[in-house]
Design a protein around this ligand. Structure first.
Ligand SMILES: Nc1ncnc2c1ncn2[C@@H]1O[C@H](COP(=O)(O)OP(=O)(O)O)[C@@H](O)[C@H]1O
Ligand SMILES: N[C@@H](CC(=O)OP(=O)(O)O)C(=O)O
Length: 460
C-alpha cells in the first residue's frame, strides 16, 4: 500500500493512515506500506536547494529549516500519543534535520547543485515522513519499523532524478522484506528514493512513490498493489480541471499507462510496468473515503460503452518546429535530429512529420527546450534544415481508451468538437496502437479543450 503526499500531509492525516493500516493488519492482511513525503515537502526542498545554490544565502537555509522543523514537529505531536515514541521519533527527525541543514549550507558555499546532490536533498522528504508514520502505528499498539528504499533492496542505475531499478532488486527486496511479512509488524518504506550500486541515494522521478510501491509489490508477489490518494481512483479527467469527472471502476494496464504518459498525474508513468510483468492487479483508492472501491487496474481490456476512457492534459511542454525545403527527400534527416537530441539527453514526447517532408514537429519538456534547440542547430548548422523555431506556450491534450482501437469516428468527434469551440489545433499525433489521440493546442485553449472533450464523450 502506498500513501501519497496528500494522504500524509499532516499529523492528523498520518494518524488516519496509521489507523487504516492497523485495521488491515488486524484483519489478517500481511502488508507493507510505502510513504511519500508530507505534501509539499519535496517541492520545498528542491526550490530551497536551487535558490541557495544561486544566491548563497545561509539565512534562507535557516528559515527553511525552521519551517520544515515546525511542520514535522507538529506532525509528530498530532500523529503520536505515546510520550516515549514522541521523543524517540523527535530524536530521529532532529538528526535528519541537522544533516539536511549542513548539506544545504554546503550547497550555499559551493554554489552548485549536481543531479546527485538534488537527489540527496530531495530524499529528506520521505526520510522525515517514514519515522513519523511508523511512530504513529506504534502509538496505536502495532509493532512497526521503517526502512529506506535502498535498505529495502531497491537498487537502481545511476541516472539521478529518474533512476530505474536493476533487475536484481526484485530478488533482493524479496529476500529482505518477505521475512517481515508474516510476522506481527507493519513495515514502512520510504517511497521515491532508492540507491545505486555504490550506496548513493537516487530517486525514481517526481511522484515516484507509486513506482516504489509497484516494484516492492511485484518483488514480494503481493496479491494486489494499492495506491492511496486524495481522489476516488482514476477518473475520466483531472477533477481539478473537470469537476464533474467520474471515477472509473476498472481500466486495463495499457489504458492506465497511456493515461499516465499523457499527463494524468494520478499515476507515476512507470508504475504499471512491474505490475504487468508480475501480473499483479493495482488498485487506486481514496485515503479519505476508504469504503469506496476505487479503480482496479487489470490486464484485460474492460468492455465499456465509452470508447474514450479519459481526457488528459500535459503542461510545461514546448513545441519545436524543424523546417527547410532541403529536408525534402534528404535521407537521414530524421535520424540526425533524433540522434542529436538523444545525445543531448532530450526526451521526445510527441513527433509529427508532414508528408511534404519539409517540416518536422516535436514536443519536449519545457525544461529541455534550450538544450534541444541548441543540439539541432549545432547538428545542421543551417544545412538541410533551414530553421528551428519553438513555442513554449503550448499544452498537449489527449483522449485515451483502448476501445478506440478499430472504432471509427473518434477523431472526427474530437476535432469537430474543437472546431465548434474555435480551438486551433497546432499538431496532431495518433499512435498506431490507436489507444490515444493526442494533439497540441495553445496554453490559453488547453483547459477549455479538456472540458469540451470531456463533455462530448461523457455527456456531462
Ligand atoms: N485522470 C485523473 N484521475 C484522478 N486524478 C487525477 C487525474 N488526472 C490528474 N489527477 C490528479 O492526480 C492527483 C492524485 O492524487 P494525489 O493524492 O495528489 O496523489 P499522490 O499524492 O499519490 O501523488 C489528484 O489531486 C488529481 O487532481
Ligand atoms: N515526494 C515525491 C514522491 C512522491 O511520490 O510524491 P507523491 O506521492 O505526493 O506524488 C514527490 O513529491 O515527487
Amino acid at each position: 500500500m502506498k500513501f501519497g503526499g496528500t494522504s500524509v500531509a499532516n499529523g492528523e492525516k498520518i494518524r488516519h493512515v496509521a489507523t487504516l493500516l492497523k485495521g488491515f493488519h488486524e484483519n489478517g492482511h500481511e502488508l507493507i506500506a510505502v510513504t511519500s513525503a508530507l505534501g509539499g515537502t519535496t517541492d520545498g526542498l528542491l526550490s530551497t536547494a536551487k535558490d541557495v545554490s544561486k544566491n548563497g544565502k545561509v539565512s534562507l537555509v535557516k528559515e527553511f529549516i525552521a519551517d520544515i522543523t515546525k511542520t514535522h514537529y507538529d506532525a509528530i505531536h498530532a500523529a503520536i500519543d505515546d510520550e516515549n515514541i514522541i521523543s524517540e521519533t523527535t530524536e530521529v527527525i532532529d538528526v535528519r534535520l541537522d544533516e539536511l541543514e549542513k548539506a544545504l549550507i554546503g550547497i550555499c558555499y559551493l554554489g552548485e547543485l549536481t543531479p546527485r546532490s538534488i537527489d540527496y536533498i530531495s530524499s529528506y522528504g520521505e526520510r522525515l515522513a517514514a519515522p513519523i508514520v511508523s511512530g504513529s502505528i506504534r502509538s496505536l499498539g502495532i509493532d512497526s519499523k521503517w526502512l529506506t528504499g535502498g535498505e529495502s533492496g531497491i537498487i537502481t542505475d545511476g541516472n539521478y532524478g529518474n533512476a530505474l531499478p536493476l533487475e536484481k532488486s526484485y530478488e533482493l527486496i524479496k529476500e529482505k522484506l518477505s521475512p517481515l511479512l508474516n510476522c506481527s509488524i507493519v513495515t514502512i518504506i520510504t517511497g521515491f528514493i532508492a540507491e545505486n550500486e555504490d550506496g548513493i541515494i537516487t530517486t525514481l522521478g517526481r511522484s515516484g512513490s507509486d513506482f516504489s510501491a509497484s516494484i516492492i509489490g511485484a518483488a514480494v508477489q503481493a496479491d494486489e498493489i494499492w495506491l492511496w490518494k486524495e481522489v476516488h481512483g482514476i477518473m475520466t479527467s483531472d477533477p481539478k480541471i473537470v469537476p464533474e469527472a467520474k471515477p472509473l471502476a476498472q481500466v486495463s494496464y495499457i489504458e492506465a499507462m497511456e493515461l499516465s504518459y499523457f499527463g494524468a498525474k494520478v499515476l507515476h508513468p512507470r508504475t504499471i510496468e512491474p505490475a504487468i510483468k508480475h501480473k499483479i492487479p493495482v488498485r487506486v483508492k481514496n485515503t479519505f473515503e476508504p469504503s469506496f472501491e476505487g479503480t482496479l487496474i487489470v490486464a484485460d481490456q474492460v468492455p465499456s460503452q465509452n470508447v474514450v476512457k479519459a481526457v488528459t492534459l500535459i503542461k510545461k511542454v514546448a513545441l519545436i518546429n524543424i523546417c527547410g525545403a532541403g529536408m525534402m527527400g534528404t535521407i537521414g534527416t530524421a535520424a540526425r535530429v533524433f540522434t542529436s537530441l538523444a545525445n543531448a539527453g532530450v526526451n521526445i514526447i510527441m513527433i509529427s512529420q508532414g508528408s511534404s517532408e519539409a517540416n518536422m514537429s516535436l514536443v519536449i519538456d519545457e525544461d529541455q527546450l534550450e538544450t534541444a534547440v541548441a543540439a539541432v542547430r549545432c547538428e545542421f548548422n543551417r544545412n538541410v534544415v533551414g530553421d528551428v523555431v519553438f513555442d513554449r506556450d503550448i499544452c498537449v491534450v489527449a483522449v485515451v481508451g483502448a476501445g478506440m482501437d478499430g472504432t471509427p469516428g473518434v477523431s472526427g468527434r474530437v476535432f469537430s468538437t474543437l472546431g465548434r469551440e474555435k480551438i486551433n489545433v497546432i499538431m496532431i499525433s495518433q499512435g498506431s496502437s490507436q489507444h490515444n489521440i493526442s494533439f497540441v493546442v495553445s496554453s490559453r485553449d488547453a483547459i477549455n479543450a479538456v472540458r469540451v472533450l470531456h463533455r462530448e464523450f461523457y455527456n456531462l
